[in-house]
Every structure is written in C-alpha cells, then in structure tokens.
Design a protein around this ligand. Structure first.
Ligand SMILES: C[S@@+](CC[C@H](N)C(=O)[O-])C[C@H]1O[C@@H](n2cnc3c(N)ncnc32)[C@H](O)[C@@H]1O
Length: 266
C-alpha cells in the first residue's frame, strides 16, 4: 500500500511525537519507544481502513510516490494548504480547454481537476483521469458519481499509458511530476508525448524554484530527494524539451513556490 518514499511520513510522525513526549518530561529513549508504538498502532488501523478503499481494477506497480494512504483526506488537505479552488481555477486558465476537447489528467488523485476539465470540455468532449493509487481512483469514481460528473477514471501509471497514440488534445499533470524520480519523469513524458495529438498541449502545474528566501528555509531538503530535486533546482522544463515538446511557455507562478507551463507537441 505504501511506496518506499511514503515511509518518510511515519518516521516524521515518530520524531514529532517523541519530541512532544520529551517536552512532557519523558527521557529520550522512553519517548522514542512510546512514539514508535503509537505510530505502529496508527499505521495498522489506517492500513485496515485503506483495504476497504481498494478498487476492483488490477493493481499497477510504479516507482513513483503514490499517495493511496492519503486518499480519504486528500481533498481536505489540499484546501487546508491553499491548493483549493483558486489553484484549480488558475490551472484551468492555463489549460484554456475548448468545448469538444479530449483531456487526460495524469496522476489525477481524487479527480478534482479532471472533473473541472470535463465540465470545460462540455458534452462533446471527454476527460479521463489515471492514477496508480487504487484508493485515489476509488475516491475519484465515487465523487464523480455523487456529483454527476461524466469524467472517467482508471488505475494506470504515466510510464505505461493504456491509450492509443495521438488520442488526446490536452494532457494535464497537476502536482504529480515531483512524485517521479528522474528516469520515470523521462519515461512518463515520452508517454505523454505519444498520446497527445500533434499541436496538443501538455499543461503542468508543479513545485518550482522558490521565489523568496523564506520558502527556501522550508524547501531546501527537497533539493536532496531524487523526485523533487529538479523541481526545486528549476530544471523541470528541461524534461519537456528532452521529450520533444516545443520550447515550453512559462505561464506564471503561484504563492512563490508553484509554477505553470504549457508545452506543445509540434
Ligand atoms: C500530489 S498528488 C496530485 C493529485 C492531483 N493531480 C492534484 O492536483 O491534486 C500526486 C499524484 O501522483 C500520483 N502518482 C504517483 N506516481 C505516479 C505515476 N507513476 N503515474 C501517475 N500518477 C502517479 C500519486 O498517486 C498521486 O495521486
């Protein structure tokens, strides 16, 4: 259920809990022991809960950092950290979707953007979201059904897209490229290029070189993680060029830490 990078989060939780217990007077080794026990119990309970979210579609293995474990609270988390409506609106303005277009949302998570893209394309268009996280796709399908959306969802990974060549007018990648190590980014972008029609648009919204020193205080550790390093070094657009896209057009920034691009398949 959890990929190797996601294991960072329980360790962070252990460190945080141990620090709190030490503030309350426990010696360090007792604090660490109690924190480990608590996090183990929490992981066990959460794991049991997540098995209920498994989709009936076959499991897809990926070396990307999937976020299945976060599926039940992902939307609430996004809104809480400022990645709600305003961020989605800005992404859709960059995408400039026209009625009748066919859209693929790679790493769609719970499908918020996929649904909105589907609405923008109207009844003559179509939107499909893919994600290797079975829990994410289960939540995305449920939400789409509840909200009467025509968007479709499928368990799949960017590095092996189950679609014919030149099928889509637009491919969206929102907050997902920083979940892929460099080799997978290259492989995934070659696949995006393949499934786009000539003249099709690859729309990316992701973390990028922080625009101010305050953000660097928080963001510098990401320079040392293979998945996030290129985002924070500012070399993400090199991947678009390498995959064959026309020199990408930068489409603005958000909150000093996010950036948007529109790259065209010639
Ligand atoms: C931070 S979430 C972004 C979700 C959504 N696009 C959004 O804007 O809220 C990153 C997503 O990328 C997905 N992901 C990880 N590895 C992937 C891969 N190889 N192919 C496609 N998606 C992947 C994760 O499962 C997760 O749902």
């Amino acid at each position: 259920m959890m990929d190797r990078w996601s294991w960072l989060f329980p360790w962070l939780a252990v460190a945080l809990a141990a620090a709190v217990f030490m503030l309350f007077g426990l010696v360090w080794w007792r604090a660490l022991l109690v924190a480990c026990l608590l996090v183990c119990v929490a992981l066990l309970l959460w794991g049991l809960f997540l098995t209920l979210l498994k989709s009936d579609e076959p499991l897809v293995h990926s070396h990307g950092m999937t976020m299945d474990w976060a599926a039940p609270f992902y939307d609430v988390y996004c809104r809480a950290v400022g990645l709600g409506q305003g961020f989605r609106d800005q992404t859709l303005r960059v995408a400039a979707i026209r009625a009748g277009e066919t859209i693929l949302d790679v790493g769609c998570g719970t499908g918020v953007l996929t649904r909105r893209a589907g609405e923008a394309a109207g009844p003559a268009g179509a939107a499909i979201g893919i994600d290797p996280g079975q829990g994410m796709i289960r939540v995305a399908k449920k939400n789409a059904q509840r909200l009467g959306s025509r968007a479709a969802f499928k368990v799949a990974a960017i590095e092996q897209l189950p679609f014919d060549d030149a099928r889509f007018d637009v491919v969206l990648a929102s907050l997902m490229l920083h979940h892929l190590p460099p080799d997978l980014k290259r492989q995934g972008l070659r696949e995006v290029y393949r499934v786009l029609k000539p003249g099709g648009r690859f729309i990316v919204a992701d973390f990028y070189r922080p625009a101010n020193p305050l953000w660097w205080l928080v963001a510098w550790p990401f320079l040392y993680m293979p998945m996030t390093a290129d985002n924070f070094r500012g070399t993400l657009p090199d991947y678009f060029r390498e995959a064959g896209f026309d020199p990408e057009q930068s489409k603005g920034r958000r909150a000093g830490i996010l950036a948007f691009w529109s790259a065209i398949k010639p």
